[in-house]
Design a protein around this ligand. Structure first.
Ligand code: CP3
Length: 351
């Protein structure tokens, strides 16, 4: 049996229920900007932290304790599902992820081994159980996976990309191979998220971080059916599903059609405008520019208050940054921002 939550305002906002204050958490809230995280990283690689539930739990809890955020996010990575595919995944210090054997052709796709998610990635379920125990009902836990397009981009490019040339070349040039690869990733991802939900996460987020690189018609043709294959079956689980991407102003209604009860947006569109386009039957998450946290406090505070005020009176806002928190962020600024969002929204709600 799960413990009742002491702080459920994140889940309430996801369900568009009334809250006492706007909930806030940060994408990539466990990470290098925190001294506590760097201390663990000094002794363990990223993959090692992901694979040792007690370490994953420790770093997952760090921002909950230090910042007072309203949700924890499982410590893992969107690329973990690629490891059992035997593509030579490595996280290179300073360079990010790198794959020794990227997937570029139909025969590369055919060579990807079949594997059982529970067997190969069961350590993630174990992390979830450990974290839920250690949270002891303080705040909900968010599980996550990468969107099929974003994960495919790393798989095809062999690492991070700016223009996604190899990915789009495969998509346009060999659509049949592309759809085969995307179907494979979608069913893996659906099973992976189902495992996390069964292990006890309270919500999930699909990070389709790079979907905004696509023309709307290409998103609809090459990505939407696969994202929907991940998201649609999750609706029955009853847990809130956040569907996030960056630079998605032109894709919002299509992302909504793909699925998710909360849509995450970045700062390149006004939150109220995004919400108008999405419709009032969905919750929204966002959308402060992460760089604002590096600037002078009054500038950041004004931007954050502006976001809170712009959607005050509508149920269903989860405050977040528009993308992951940057390693250069002063921890103090992040903690102060959490407090500011709580105080400002509570004041507006009290009217
Ligand atoms: O949010 C959290 O606190 C949970 C942990 C988390 C990580 N990665 C751990 C991590 C989450 C949610 C992710 C998601 C992720 N991973 C995304 C989607 C979100 C986004 O930023 O768009 C992507 C694209 C990845 C792939 C990835 N992993 C990249 C591109 C990098 C290198 C870039 C970087 O920040 O160094 C990683 C490494 C990674 N994953 C780190 C962390 C904390 C870096 C820190 C380290 O090496 O210790």
């Amino acid at each position: 049996m799960k413990r009742p939550l002491q702080n459920d305002r994140f889940l309430r906002a996801c369900r568009r229920e009334p809250v006492d204050a706007t909930p806030v958490w940060f994408m990539r809230q466990a990470g290098r900007y925190m001294a506590e995280y760097r201390a663990v990283r000094a002794h363990h690689s990223l993959l090692e932290i992901c694979k040792r539930p007690e370490l994953a739990a420790e770093v997952t809890l760090q921002p909950v304790e230090r910042l007072g955020v309203d949700a924890a996010i499982l410590f893992a990575d969107i690329l973990l599902i690629l490891e059992p595919l035997d593509v030579g995944l490595e996280f290179v210090a300073g360079d990010g992820p790198s794959l020794r054997r990227p997937v570029r052709s139909g025969s590369d796709v055919d060579r990807l081994p079949a594997f059982d998610v529970e067997t190969e990635l069961g350590f993630v379920a174990e992390s979830v159980r450990t974290i839920v125990g250690r949270l002891n009902g303080r705040v909900p836990l968010i599980g996550f996976a990468g969107g099929p397009f974003t994960v495919a981009s790393y798989l095809v490019e062999g690492g991070h990309s700016r223009s996604f040339v190899a990915t789009k070349r495969l998509m346009y040039g060999e659509p049949e191979v592309w759809h085969r690869l995307m179907s494979r990733l979608a069913s893996l991802t659906a099973a992976y998220l189902r495992m996390q939900i069964e292990a006890g996460v309270d919500a999930v987020q699909l990070f389709d971080s790079w979907a905004g690189a696509l023309a709307p018609e290409d998103y609809r043709r090459f990505v939407l059916p696969h994202s929907r294959a991940v998201l649609e079956p999750l609706a029955a689980s009853g847990v809130p599903v956040i569907h996030f991407g960056t630079q998605t102003a032109g894709l919002l209604t299509d992302m909504r059609r793909a699925g998710g009860s909360v849509i995450g947006v970045d700062w390149r569109i006004e939150l109220a405008d995004a919400w108008d386009r999405l419709g009032s039957d969905v919750a929204v998450q966002g959308n402060l520019d992460p760089v604002a946290l590096l600037g002078p406090w009054p500038v950041m505070a004004e931007a954050a208050r502006g976001i809170v005020a712009s959607v005050a009176g509508r149920a269903g806002h989860v405050f977040n940054l528009g993308h992951g928190i940057l390693p250069e962020t002063p921890v103090e600024a992040a903690a102060d921002l959490v407090q500011l969002v709580h105080e400002e929204s509570a004041r507006l709600l009290a009217g």
